[in-house]
Write a protein that binds this ligand. Structure first.
Ligand SMILES: Cc1cc2nc3c(=O)[nH]c(=O)nc-3n(C[C@H](O)[C@H](O)[C@H](O)COP(=O)(O)O)c2cc1C
Length: 339
């Protein structure tokens, strides 16, 4: 089930200076008995790990052990074919990046083989990767979230679970992360069964992220990922047709970045679990803005689809930024924005 939108990588990362002694590790689940210790704060976001969301297109030179973690595409309870084409706007995120197009939309529709196939066929392969892998999953009901969490028990290959809460609760209609109660129920259902740390990934388009972030933490979320894409649409004037087969889709990339930074900042003021910032990170500077706003780690999404080397380059550029300024530990920058 390819997601398409292949783009060519820009080649191996150049030789970067080795800032020996620079402390880059972060723990994203300090209150969980297992913890979630990453060697550095750069993570590949769910749905953007290779062209199919599960690593297709990555080459052996792309040494995943150099990254903090990778998150394969979300699994749902049952397999999903996804939405009608076109699923992308513009057709190539690589071209969009090169032409400074600020709008990147997708409507993939959670194409995935289902969690059973994921746990039985894909997770065993993750054991062989020299990488920290987080499992992403999404349910259509509170019971389904709990059921899927039960299914993960005893399975190896991943160190934590990220809950994609940008999915409709079929019992109530709204997305789980549109309300504090929906968020609480989904996280609680998973925390009752999961053996590994649980990250709650929230939607950006809510009136106030604070009560939702607090609900996730109250339900036991070990960390928060902020944020998923924002609903968006674009229309071709000549054909008068929407650009996406699904009519609407999710905005990622440059347009999302300042929105996500503000959400991370707001949430970081309100909760005391680690936050992972995600939205429009293409450069080390854009990543470090999230850290200053209060994120302990960041995820790179659309940038991967423009260039599979992007997270490696961002990581090395972050190292250079800190090294050149004599900042010994990335943790010094977490929440260090001057107001
Ligand atoms: C093509 C595509 C597929 C995505 N699929 C998923 C997914 O399966 N699960 C999920 O939680 N987020 C998914 N996302 C959202 C990203 O993980 C990320 O939250 C979002 O794109 C914002 O980050 P970015 O601006 O760096 O892309 C997807 C994003 C894109 C562009």
């Amino acid at each position: 089930m390819p997601l398409s939108n292949p783009s060519s990588g820009a080649g191996p990362a150049a030789d970067f200076p080795d800032y020996a002694g620079l402390e880059f590790s972060v723990d994203l689940a300090p209150s969980h008995p297992r913890g979630l210790s990453l060697t550095n704060p750069v993570i590949i976001a769910s749905g953007t790990f290779g062209y199919d969301g599960y690593g297709r297109g990555l080459t052996p030179e792309m040494d995943l052990s150099r990254l903090g973690a990778v998150i394969p595409k979300t699994f749902t309870r049952h397999p999903r074919e996804g939405n009608p084409e076109p699923r992308w706007y513009p057709e190539s995120f690589r071209v969009a990046r090169e032409t400074h197009e600020p709008v990147m939309l997708n409507a993939i529709g959670l194409t995935n083989p289902g969690i059973e196939a994921g746990l039985q066929q894909l997770a065993p392969q993750w054991n062989d990767w020299d990488a920290t892998v987080l499992l992403s999953m999404s349910g259509e009901s509170v019971d389904q979230f709990g059921e899927m969490a039960m299914m993960t028990r005893g399975v190896t290959g991943f160190e934590a679970i990220e809950l994609n809460l940008s999915c409709p609760n079929v019992e109530q209609g709204d997305l789980f992360s549109y309300s504090a109660s929906g968020t609480y129920q989904a996280v609680d259902a998973v925390k009752r069964h999961a053996e590994v740390p649980v990250l709650a990934k929230l939607a950006p388009n809510v009136p106030d992220i604070v009560p939702i972030a607090r609900a996730a933490v109250d339900a036991g979320a070990d960390a928060l990922t902020i944020c998923n894409t924002i609903p968006a649409m674009t229309i071709d004037l000549e054909s008068r047709r929407p650009a996406l087969g699904n009519i609407t889709g999710g905005l990622s990339g440059p347009g999302l970045h300042p929105v996500a930074v503000a959400l991370v900042y707001r949430a970081a003021q309100a909760v005391n679990v680690p936050i992972i910032g995600v939205g429009g990170i293409f450069t080390a500077e854009e990543a470090l803005e999230f850290i200053l706003a209060g994120a302990s780690a960041i995820q790179v999404g659309s940038a991967n689809l423009a260039d599979l080397w992007a997270p490696f380059k961002i990581l090395e550029d972050m190292r250079s930024f800190l090294g050149e300024r004599g900042i010994a530990d990335v943790k010094e920058l977490i929440g260090a924005v001057q107001e």
